[in-house]
Design a protein around this ligand. Structure first.
Ligand SMILES: Nc1nc2c(ncn2[C@@H]2O[C@H](COP(=O)(O)OP(=O)(O)O)[C@@H](O)[C@H]2O)c(=O)[nH]1
Ligand SMILES: [Mg+2]
Length: 285
């Protein structure tokens, strides 16, 4: 219009004016919910959450982070792997979190070795399927070249409800989303389909939001306002066909010495949803 001089275009705002999901102002309610959670279905002594996703996505870190939130201090128990390359978690192991000297919390985690396209690492889809159904015994060592069969010692032929998976969680890091190989995505979709057939609910977490988005690194309260992270959610929604309200953003504890509310909040929100969905599944069997 007038003036004759060209003006620089306004830089696109990086934050949405209103968050597309609200984080609670106080964590106490969610923390209390998580701490006191117990499956209503007495057949299930614990709720089992299975984390799966590419190597290095932050699965072990998420388990550690949940423990940190619950303990109120940063812990480091489920071995995380800072060196990229081969998957670190090779054995099927149930991670329990201590509530007090005598008891554990009523939800447990399993995480499975990365789903790599390279045949030298990663876990067979057949084994993932068996894990969902509770057939994989503790400490079974995943082998990318062969899968568990009924005659193996590590095959649990009569799984109880507590051995089965009650909620499947896909884990991907925000920075790797655009780089995911076709084969990895295909495997992630397949395992989701297998879970769907069994009626097992699913959700996803996008980790390392701090690395992908400077606004998140600055202030974790901004994660659900970040346009960049919203795009990551859209991307994962398109890749996996999981609805957006089933996808959660988190930053795991990795370098912090102490826990804080801003990092706790999104972790608790995601965990609460895992427990709600798993609980619904157990009640609708
Ligand atoms: N900055 C940042 N680093 C993370 C986050 N989550 C995990 N990491 C780091 O990423 C690496 C791989 O994480 P790990 O939990 O071992 O991945 P896994 O292979 O899926 O179990 C480790 O060095 C972690 O410290 C996160 O949310 N933010
Ligand atoms: Mg791991």
């Amino acid at each position: 219009m007038g003036g004759g001089h060209s003006t620089e275009p306004e830089p696109e705002p990086v934050l949405l004016p209103v968050p597309w999901r609200t984080l609670p102002e106080y964590n106490l309610d969610n923390l209390e919910f998580v701490k006191s959670y117990k499956p209503h279905n007495k057949e299930a002594t614990q709720l089992r959450i299975l984390l799966h996703g590419p190597n290095h996505a932050g699965k072990s870190s998420f388990i550690n982070s949940v423990e940190s939130v619950l303990q109120g201090r940063v812990t480091d128990r489920a071995a995380t792997d800072a060196i990229s390359g081969m998957s670190f978690t090779k054995n099927y192991k149930t991670h329990k979190i201590q509530k007090d000297p005598e008891r554990y919390y009523s939800f447990v985690f399993n995480d499975v070795m990365g789903l790599e396209d390279n045949t030298d690492c990663g876990v067979c889809e057949e084994d993932l399927n068996l894990a969902l159904r509770g057939h994989v015994k503790e400490y079974y060592k995943f082998n990318p070249h062969s899968h568990l069969t009924e005659n193996d010692q590590e095959y649990n032929s009569s799984p109880t409800l507590a051995d089965k998976v009650h909620i499947l969680v896909s884990v991907v890091s925000a920075d790797s989303l655009t780089l995911l190989k076709k084969d990895v995505v295909r495997k992630m979709r397949n395992i989701r389909l297998a879970a769907s057939e069994m009626g097992i609910p699913q959700l996803a977490i996008i980790t390392k939001v701090d690395e992908a988005c400077p606004e998140a690194a600055k202030n974790m309260n901004n994660i659900y306002k970040s346009k960049l992270l919203k795009e990551k959610v859209d991307k994962l929604h398109n890749l996996l066909g999981l609805s957006r309200n089933r996808i959660f953003l988190v930053k795991n504890y990795n370098s912090e010495l102490e826990t804080n509310d801003a990092i706790d909040a999104p972790i608790l929100l995601a965990l609460k949803q895992m427990l709600h969905s798993g609980e619904d599944f157990l009640n609708n069997l």
